[in-house]
Write a protein that binds this ligand. Structure first.
Ligand SMILES: [Cu+2]
Length: 120
């Protein structure tokens, strides 16, 4: 029976290697405003940086206000690892939620959210 183990062991190792690479997909590395932060000045844009390039077509940012209502932002722009949504007008004091979704260059879809507070 030993020979079967010797035969399949290299394939098992190969499988582990590939699954390890698959786990290394794009993740959010920087956000402006920062997650869970309090900012004195209302942001003029929501800027997210990922660990890998992302695809513009299936990526986006949704912003909602203290009352939970969606806030219309400018069109989300994607360049390389960065995604930016311009915020027009001044956000009044309160807690805002950023919902983002991206398709990373390796084909994985990811989404998450965070909040920040505007407190002048
Ligand atoms: Cu991935």
């Amino acid at each position: 029976m030993n020979w079967t183990i010797r035969l399949i062991a290299p394939f098992l190792l190969l499988g582990l290697t590939f699954s390890g690479q698959a786990l290394a997909h794009a993740r959010l590395v920087q956000a402006t405003p920062e997650a869970d932060s309090t900012v004195a000045r209302p942001p003029t844009e929501i800027r997210l940086r990922f660990s890998e390039p992302i695809e513009a077509r299936f990526s986006g940012i949704d912003l909602s206000g203290p009352d939970g209502a969606k806030i219309t932002t400018g069109e989300t722009a994607v360049q390389d690892n960065d995604m930016v949504a311009p915020v027009s007008g001044s956000l009044s004091p309160g807690v805002y939620q950023v919902d983002w979704h991206v398709l990373s260059a390796d084909g994985h879809k990811l989404k998450s959210n965070f909040t920040f507070e505007v407190r002048p």
